[in-house]
Design a protein around this ligand. Structure first.
Ligand code: NAP
Length: 277
C-alpha cells in the first residue's frame, strides 16, 4: 500500500468530500474533515474513530481558518494533502441575479479555498512537501447560460491553482485542479442556490435549462466514489497533474471547447498579430 497520509478535506458532509474521505479512510489514511455542524462532526468521526477527525468550519469564516489549521497541525499532525472541496453552485440568469449572490459564490468557492490554502502553505513550505487539490469543475473550462457566477468562480479557481502550482513547485508542493463533470452529489439538489426568475425575455433560453438540471439531479452519469478513487490515484502519483478532468461529459465538452477556441484564435490570427509595435 502507498504511504499513509493525513488529508485535510473541506466539506465532508456529503458528495465528493464524503466519498473521498471514506475511500481515503478505507485505504488506511487519516482524514481531517471540515463540516458545518456538531451533529455532522460526530457523524463524520464515527466513520473511523481513530482516524477521522472532524472540525467545524465554514470556509467563509475567514478569521477562524488559520486557528483551525494550526490546531490540526498541532493536535492531529502534519497535513500532507489539502483538498479544497467545499463549494456550491449558484444558478440564475446573470441579469436577474443580485451581486450579493455573486459575492457569496466567490466567497465560498474562491476566497474560502484560497484562505485555507494560505493557512496550510506555511507548514507545507517549511516541510518542503505537500499536495493541494482544488475541486474546480468542467464549468472552470466551459460555460452554459444560467451559471455565470458559478463558472466565473471555477474559472478563477482554475487560474489560481495553475499559477500557485508554478509558485510552490520549487518547494516540492504540487497543486492539482480537479475538474469534474456532472456527478451524483447534492450539488444540484439541496446545495444549489437558485435565483428566482424575474425577466420574461430569458424564459425561452433559461427555463428549459433549469428544468433539465432539476430533473437530472441524482441521476447524473458520474459516480462520486469513482471520482474519489481517481483523486486518490492523483494524490499517490509521482508527478501529479496540474489539471485533471473527471467524467466522459467533462472530457467531451472541454475538448470541444478547446477545439472551438483554437479555431477562433486561428480565424482572428491576422487581427491578433496586427497590434504589435
Ligand atoms: P455537495 O454534496 O452539495 O457537497 C458540498 C459540500 O461543501 C458539503 O459538505 C457542504 O457542507 C460544503 N460546503 C458548502 N458551502 C460551504 C461553506 N461555506 N463552508 C464549508 N463547507 C461548505 O456537492 P458536491 O458536488 O460534492 O460539491 C463539492 C465540490 O464539487 C464543490 O466545489 C462543487 O462545486 C464541485 N463540483 C461538483 C460537481 C457535481 O456535479 N456534483 C461537478 C463539478 C464540481 P454542508 O453539508 O454544510 O452544506
Amino acid at each position: 500500500m502507498a504511504s499513509i497520509k493525513t488529508l485535510l478535506i473541506t466539506g465532508v458532509s456529503s458528495g465528493f468530500g464524503r466519498a473521498l474521505a471514506q475511500e481515503a479512510l478505507a485505504a488506511g489514511h487519516r482524514v481531517v474533515g471540515t463540516v458545518r455542524s456538531h451533529a455532522s462532526k460526530n457523524e463524520f468521526e464515527a466513520l473511523a474513530p481513530d482516524r477521522a477527525f472532524g472540525r467545524v468550519l465554514d470556509v467563509t469564516d475567514f478569521d477562524a481558518i488559520d486557528g483551525v489549521v494550526a490546531e490540526v497541525e498541532a493536535s492531529v499532525g502534519p497535513v500532507d494533502v489539502l483538498v479544497n472541496n467545499a463549494g456550491y453552485g449558484h444558478e440564475g440568469v446573470m441579469e436577474e441575479s443580485p451581486l450579493a449572490e455573486m459575492r457569496r459564490q466567490f466567497d465560498v468557492n474562491v476566497f474560502g479555498a484560497v484562505a485555507v490554502i494560505k493557512a496550510v502553505l506555511p507548514y507545507m513550505r517549511k516541510r518542503r512537501r505537500g499536495h493541494i487539490l482544488n475541486i474546480t469543475s468542467m464549468g472552470g473550462y466551459i460555460t452554459m447560460p444560467g451559471i455565470a457566477y458559478y463558472c466565473g468562480s471555477k474559472f478563477a479557481l482554475e487560474g489560481i491553482s495553475e499559477a500557485l502550482g508554478k509558485e510552490v513547485q520549487p518547494f516540492g508542493i504540487a497543486v492539482t485542479a480537479v475538474a469534474p463533470g456532472s456527478f451524483r452529489t447534492d450539488w444540484a439538489g439541496r446545495s444549489m442556490a437558485r435565483t428566482p426568475r424575474s425577466i420574461p425575455d430569458y424564459d425561452a433560453l433559461f427555463d428549459p435549462v433549469r428544468k433539465a438540471r432539476e430533473e437530472k439531479s441524482g441521476k447524473q452519469t458520474g459516480d462520486p466514489v469513482k471520482a474519489a478513487r481517481a483523486m486518490l490515484a492523483a494524490i499517490s502519483a509521482e508527478r501529479p497533474a496540474a489539471h485533471l478532468l473527471l467524467g466522459s461529459d467533462a472530457l467531451g465538452l472541454v475538448r470541444a471547447k478547446l477545439s472551438a477556441l483554437s479555431g477562433e484564435i486561428a480565424a482572428w490570427e491576422s487581427v491578433t498579430l496586427s497590434t504589435d509595435a
